[in-house]
Design a protein around this ligand. Structure first.
Ligand code: SF4
Ligand code: SF4
Length: 459
């Protein structure tokens, strides 16, 4: 088994000074990676999958996402940008793609390579893999959302065998275009920057520490919403660029269900939103969906269009993209394979098998490195858990009573962090005080002599 990293890169970061300790994020995290201690949230790095759910739900905007800036282009002699359908969807369909590409060139990129082209090759690989898959458990699970891959690693490692071993289109696009541009322009690879415009934090994390590709050819990524703002001011121009695009099927990958459509899968479904994906993976893990061939999973609601870094409202973006797809499909052959064959003309497009890394489990709960010690801690954790109310209210700053029990045995929390335990302790203490008070001899204040004299006169 490939060695697992001991530290993990995270693009999602907490800005402690903005955190108000409201615990809203604790319950949103699918991997129970957040604790609120001493009034401030903390992210447990070995559990976080960079899905961005916490950042999307924090009412105080206390999370940020680390991405690159355009200044980074200066470090390379030649810069290639990889726009994806999620970028096009931010613009109404009456904005020509040529205007967007020209805008990207105006921002300083030398070349544009459309990710939708790569999506078609990956769709074909998925289709072929499913056709030749025999005997194993079903449904197969899509591999293209890095947040979902990490969720499987930490919470559902038993499903790793059901993940279709293909590259994410953006990774395949980067491998292809860097190699091709290096040969065409006679440049060493290290002088070529290959950049992605990302709709979500998990794709940025995957560039720094990939779950699926042995060696990424991506240099970095920019936040879609930041580039969108700059693009708006730089749209349009001479339209002299020669950019290839995929068919309507490649374009459809931006929205949920696009993967299934472009791979021509009828016995399949698309699940989006990290909570829905979690529930679906739980069901698959219990073997409750064996009749299905394939499940496309996207951590963001609405697919990549609903990513945390997207600029446009996800419903508007979906409408924009579906209109572009419909317009393109009207000009294509009715047969899907024929339509895609017209754009799948790139020479030596990389095959996933040569570049994909094996997905491995990332165990979430390790009570101790020493097995005996871990067993003792486990027993203690069970005892503590039995003494907790089992309401999973989150008020203690842990996502569940189980989480608090684990924190207690690890010495990171106290039983009285549970408000029910605290109330019981305070009640017990106050009862003790009352009992004690009953045993103390009553002390009578001496009568005020002056007042006694006054009383005598009145009498
Ligand atoms: S949601 Fe989390 S990070 Fe945001 S203020 Fe509340 S506790 Fe802090
Ligand atoms: S990014 Fe996702 S996994 Fe990481 S702490 Fe936030 S909600 Fe949890």
């Amino acid at each position: 088994m490939a060695p697992q990293p001991t530290t993990y890169f995270h693009s999602v970061a907490l800005q402690r000074e903005k955190c108000q300790g409201c615990v809203s994020c604790v319950k949103l995290c699918p991997t129970e990676a957040i604790r609120v201690r001493n009034g401030k949230a903390e992210i447990l790095g070995d559990r976080c999958i960079d899905c961005g759910a916490c950042a999307a739900g924090c009412p105080y905007h206390a999370f940020s996402v680390r991405t690159d800036t355009l200044e980074g282009l200066a470090d390379y002699a030649y810069n290639i940008v990889l726009p994806a359908p999620s970028l096009y969807a931010q613009f109404p369909d009456n904005v020509p793609l040529e205007d967007i590409w020209q805008g990207l060139q105006n921002l300083g990129f030398d070349e544009i390579f459309d990710v939708s082209l790569a999506s078609e090759y990956i769709a074909r690989e998925i289709e072929e893999y499913i056709k030749s898959y025999t005997g194993g458990r079903k449904p197969l699970i899509s591999a293209t959302c890095p947040a979902v891959m990490r969720l499987i690693q930490v919470k559902f490692p038993e499903l790793i065998k059901q993940v279709v071993p293909v590259l994410a289109p953006v990774e395949a696009a980067a491998i292809y275009i860097k190699r091709e541009a290096a040969a065409r322009r006679q440049l060493p690879g290290e002088l070529i920057g290959v950049w992605f415009i990302s709709p979500c934090p998990s794709k940025e994390t995957n560039i720094r520490q990939s779950v699926d590709v042995q060696h990424t050819e991506l240099t970095g990524s920019f936040s879609l919403s930041e580039i969108y703002g700059l693009l708006l001011k730089n749209l349009g121009g001479t339209h002299e660029l020669n950019v290839r695009t995929g068919s309507s099927y490649g374009l459809s990958w931006g929205a949920y269900g696009g993967e299934i459509t472009s791979a021509g899968l009828s016995n399949a479904l698309a699940v989006h939103g990290i909570d829905n994906v979690y529930e679906m993976l739980e069901q698959i893990s219990m073997n409750k969906m064996p009749q299905l061939d394939y499940v496309e999973c996207n951590a963001c609601k609405g697919g990549c269009l609903g990513g945390l870094l997207a600029a446009e409202n996800k419903y508007v973006a979906e409408c924009n993209l579906r209109r572009r797809i419909a317009a393109l499909r009207g000009k294509e052959p009715a047969d899907r394979h024929e339509a895609m064959a017209r754009t799948m003309v790139l020479e030596d497009f990389p095959k996933s098998a040569a570049y994909r890394k094996k997905l491995v489990a990332r165990p979430m709960m390790q009570l101790d490195d020493d097995i005996m010690e871990a067993m003792k801690k486990f027993e203690r954790m069970e005892e503590v858990l039995c003494s907790l109310p089992g309401l999973d209210c989150g008020a203690c700053g842990a996502p569940s009573c189980q989480g608090l029990a684990e924190d207690i045995v690890q010495g990171k929390a106290h039983e009285i962090d549970c408000i029910f335990k605290l109330r019981a302790s305070v009640h017990k203490l106050s009862q003790g005080m009352l009992e004690l008070a009953k045993q103390i001899p009553i002390y009578h204040e001496p009568k005020d002599l002056n007042k006694m004299e006054d009383d005598d006169h009145e009498g």
